[in-house]
Each structure stands twice: as structure tokens, then as C-alpha cells.
Design a protein around this ligand. Sequence first.
Ligand code: N01
Length: 580
Amino acid sequence: MASDSKVDRAPEVGVVFDAVVVGAGFAGLYMLHRLKGLGLRARVYEAGAGVGGTWYWNRYPGARCDVESMQYSFSFSPELDQEWSWKERYASQPEILAYAEHVAGRFGLYPHIRFETRVTGAAFDESAKCWQVVTERGDRVSAQHLIMAVGCLSATNRPHFVGVEDFQGPIYHTGEWPHGGVDFTGLRVGLIGTGSSAIQSIPIIAAQAKTLTVFQRTPNYSVPAWNTPTDPAEEKIVKADYPALRAKARARPTGFYFPFNTQSALEATPEERERQYEAFWARGGLPFLGAYGDLLFDKTANDTIADFARRKIRLIVRDPAVADLLCPDNVFGCKRLCVDTGYFEAYNLDHVNLVDVSKQPIERFTRTGIVANGAEYPCDAVVTATGFAAMTGSFDRIPITGRGGVMLAEKWRAGPRTYLGLATSGFPNFFMITGPGSPSVLASMIQAIEQHVDWMVDCIAHMRDVGARTIEPLLTHEDAWVEHVNEVAEVSLRSTCSSWYVGANIPGRPRVFMPYIGGFPVYVQKCNEVMSGGFEGFQMDVAPKADVPPKVRQTERWRAPLDIEVISPAMVAARRVPVV
Ligand code: N01
């Protein structure tokens, strides 16, 4: 549902807001709710015709969340927790979108959102100490705060293929899927990519298509989801004490709860390891990586789980040559682990064909197909599941100008530079929800969003209390944080492969590990300390006032003692932290 449409509204010109929020996904919705609660005047601009962000755009067949639905949801409202019932263990895209729409309606957010309105520029006006924001629809407004809720995986990656313009059939991108769906019945379909989006959609497209040809550049590990309808008894238990589950989730490096084992894989015997991996495989999903504590720190330990996963692929896929091609040889969990329902099984179907483009890239498109390794594969339709310009792509596509006319894209040319992933120096009152340098994609996104929004809202409230017009990070603290983010990343095997975490999925992007991998609780603690220390590392345009200390309003729940299975410093030092 959209409250507003491109065709029926006049541009807003000269309107002054306290805050402009870019994006109406989960981040934008929660930020708007909080700003409203503070009595501030906020405007949200959203490029889509409805709320939901990622879940609005990614409507490809099979799209669903890889964090269990009882945890992939807002935690700020006990009433919302109780009234919403998830249908499945892992929620599907339509259900998550319906949830986002429910939230937007329930909390009265729609009237403040302008849909089908892409922000096309934002510049900080140094004399007026505010942001001037323009949109594709001619809106020209100003706001004290500019809050980016643009998502981490929003800017689609569309590699150029020679001859693509000659292709006669439709070409779809999983990240911008047609709203009415696509019926592939009877069609010869080509699909490029084997990341999470491809792995979720392939079994469903295969069930419809006459033939499906998958072009694979890099094979991926995938763990079965074992998705089921929600167990009403389990739902009842969770709802009887939802705060306890939320607290356990916050204590985890990933921001979501699952049983894990901190033992080293190398301390177990081969038989014990086998039993352990079988048990975790039977549980399925991302928690498979929780089988041992050192899987992402020690290559020898990682080899044991990688070997197990490859054996599973060979057991499922009947043709040994196809199984060989599907077996990754890189670090298990180095790229974002995939979670599937029937992915490897799809390759046992006679009409599903796997084409290896790892040694020779796709040569070209023709009018009627795709040429690879010297052969033409006829296609009536093509799906590009080629991913995103992750973390920074959605910032890069908006010209954002800070102090002295400096462009954000220019400042970040060699990689994003932020303080805590919340803000960046030279760009006053510019906040990023789950920005690069924060746990973001390595945590459960909604938890990460809520923590960021709560921190920002307390910050904005404090500015109001002390009469500050601007806040921005000090370069010294930003530099130190960037260095820390890099140092921590180097400890993890995750930094070793060519993934979108490091920007390596797109030629020409600087190789920088963008999310903060030090763990969600550690990060939350750091944010709390910064606030308690009077926004240490930030400068405001008024002198700090000792008699007006920062008030913990929204951030209170992030300060609750984490007394259950907290990641202790000893575990971190011993590199025994299962990270997903
Ligand atoms: O994108 P990807 P995605 N020629 O970048 C290939 C989240 N997500 O949309 O690996 C041929 O992972 C590319 O090959 P390579 C999740 O965090 C979550 O699938 O670069 N192939 C790769 O195989 C996920 O990680 C869910 O060698 C080309 C694929 O395209 C993230 O979004 C579901 C190519 C892209 O895979 C991104 O996933 C879906 C070329 N020129 C997504 N260019 C959940 O389950 C690229 N590729 C919640």
C-alpha cells in the first residue's frame, strides 16, 4: 500500500523539516517512528511505490529470509511482538512485506512518506547549518538532519555483457523483480549467478521452465533451511517471554540467537566432528557455522567443515561431473553462507544444465541466447542474479556534498570511512543506519537497525537539550575506527576471499572489508560508551555542557546487562567466537 503516488502530488518546495530520511525499508520506518515520538517533523522519501525496502524490491521466486522469522522482526513494541504471527520458520518475501506494511499502518507512518520519489541530491548548507535535499520530482526541502536508510544491498549490480542489447527476450534482475511475478512455464531460461538470490530462485524456476541453464562463475556453499510452518507450541513459548529471546539475541555476535559451541573443531576427534556437523546440518541454516568456535579463524578447522559440506553436495547431486563443478574450494562461510530449499537437488533434473564460466567469462548475448565456452545456449528469458554494489552502492548513486563542497563518493573513493558506521567527518548531521563500519550485514539486520536508530535518536535529542545545531565525527576518531575495523577483519578468514563484503564482486571497487566483524555486543558496548562519554569522538557546534549529560532514552534497552551466553573477552582473545 502506498499513501502517495507520483501522479497526484505537487512538489514540496521550501519546506523545512527537522529530518529527512532516505528510504522506507525497515530502517526508514523505525527511524520515522522514533522521530515522530520525539515530536520532530520528518519527511521520508522512498523510490519505490511502497514500504519494505529490500523486501519491496526482491520479489524473485523463492525469496525469503535466512534468519528465523520470530527473530527477524522489530523488538521495540511488545504489542507488535504479540499481535503478529509468522506463518513459517523462515518468512517468505510476501509475508515480510506484509509485516512492513502492517508496521507502517499501525504506527501511522504513511502520511509522512513520499513514495516513488528518488532523492537526487543533498548538500550541506554551511551558513544555514542544514541539508538542502532535492528529489527527482522537484521537491526542494531543507532539514537539520539527513538520515540515510538506504540499505546495504540495494544498488543492483548489472554487469555489461557484450550483445545484451540484441537479446530479444526479457532480462530480469532478482533485486528488481516485476511486481506481478514472472511465469516461466514452457520457457528456456538462462540464469547468471549462484549467490543467495540464485540459490533460492533456481529450484522454483526449474519447476516451471522448459529448460534452465545456470551460468556459474563461483560455486557457493549452501545449507538446507529445513523450512517448516511455525510450530504453534514454539510460538507460544517465545511469546510468553519474548524479551528473553530478544536479550539472548542481543548478546550474540550476530544479533540473533542460536545454540553454538565454542570448542575448537581441531580438539574434536574426526568421529566427534562428524556427529557434530550432522547435528548442526540437521538443524540447518546459518547456525550450521556455530558447530565450532574457530571455524572462521583457523583454516585447518575450516577445512573440516568445508570437507563435510562438499561431501553433502556429492551425496545429493547424482552426476559426479556436475557435483564437482558445484563444490566450492574456498573457505566455508567466507562469502555469505547460502540457505536453500532443494538447490543442489535441482541439478538432478534433466532439463537443468550447469555451465561453468569460471575460466572463460560469458562471451556474449545473441538475439536468442547466451554464448559461453564457445557454445550457444538458447534462452527465451534471462535472469541476472548478479547481486549488488554492497554497502556503499546506494550512497554512491546520490550526489551528497558535505563541508567545503566535498562529495561523499570522492571521500570514499579508496573505501568507506566512517566513525562507528554511524557518521562521517565533514558531513555534519548526516547519519547512516547500518552504514559501512558497523556490524550491519553481519548481524541480524533488524536488530542492527534498531540499535542504530535508538542511538541516533538519543543523539538528536541530546543536541536539542544542549542547543546544538550540528554534530559530526572528529577525523582522528574516524581514522582510528577505520583502522580498528580493518584490524578486526584481518583476524577473520572472511577477509580472505573475493566477496561483496570486500567489494570484490565488482571490478574496480577498492578492496576493503566494509562491515564491522568484531561482533554485535562489542559494537553496542562501544556505542554506549561513546554516548556516556558525552559523544566522545564527535564535535558539536556548542561546547559540551557538564550539567546536561546525554540522557539514555531509546538506548536504554541496549544497556541491559547481558547475562546469558555473552561473548566474553576471553573467547574473543582465543578466537573462539562463532560468527555468522
Ligand atoms: O548476490 P551475490 P545475491 N558473470 O553477489 C555472479 C543477501 N541475500 O543477490 O561469486 C557471471 O551473492 C557472482 O559470481 P562471483 C545475502 O546477504 C539474502 O545472490 O562474483 N557471474 C555470484 O555468483 C547475499 O549474500 C538472501 O564469481 C556473475 C552472483 O552473480 C546478498 O544478498 C537472499 C557476474 C551474485 O551473487 C547478495 O546475494 C538473497 C558475471 N559478470 C540475497 N557478475 C536471504 O536468504 C556476478 N556474477 C536473506
